[in-house]
Design a protein around this ligand. Structure first.
Ligand SMILES: C[C@H](O)[C@H](O)[C@H]1CNC2=NC(N)=NC(=O)C2=N1
Length: 126
């Protein structure tokens, strides 16, 4: 049976993930990270590799892809909160993403390369 993380497990594990750009969601027991790749092809390649890892672990992200952006939320539906499976998948995704840039400020709009190129959003984020 999958159980959500204890407070001790959270204080032990989450700071290190925070260092790489994972942020707690304000309204869900979940963590979120926003990657910006150099192209759609790189973003999709990342998602393909993560998809294989997710299938192997039988643990899947909630994610949105907009062109070069992959906006990921991890939580465990079976326990409606963060579990050890989310920590493992977060670490795996960090490895698979390599040197892709990360938007660490989630209060900023998430701009994809199209919007920046077309001048819709001033490129201030990572
Ligand atoms: C039937 C299948 O094993 C379950 O639905 C798995 C699939 N992937 C999952 N992914 C996530 N994030 N949470 C789950 O509870 C979950 N359950």
């Amino acid at each position: 049976m999958i159980t959500s993380l204890t407070d001790t497990e959270r204080t032990t594990a989450l700071p290190a993930l925070g260092e790489t750009g994972w942020r707690a969601l304000p309204d869900r027991d979940a963590i979120r990270k926003i990657w910006k790749f150099r192209s759609f092809s790189e973003a999709w390649g990342f998602m393909s590799r993560v998809a294989l890892a997710a299938e192997k672990a039988d643990h899947h992200p909630e994610w949105l892809n907009i062109y070069n952006v992959v906006d990921v939320t991890l939580t465990t539906h079976a326990c409606n909160g963060l579990s050890a499976l989310d920590l493992a998948l977060a670490r795996k995704m960090d490895k698979l993403a390599g040197a892709a840039s990360v938007q660490v400020d989630h209060s900023e709009p998430v701009a994809c390369l199209c919007q920046i190129k077309h001048g819709e959003i001033k490129h201030g984020g990572a």
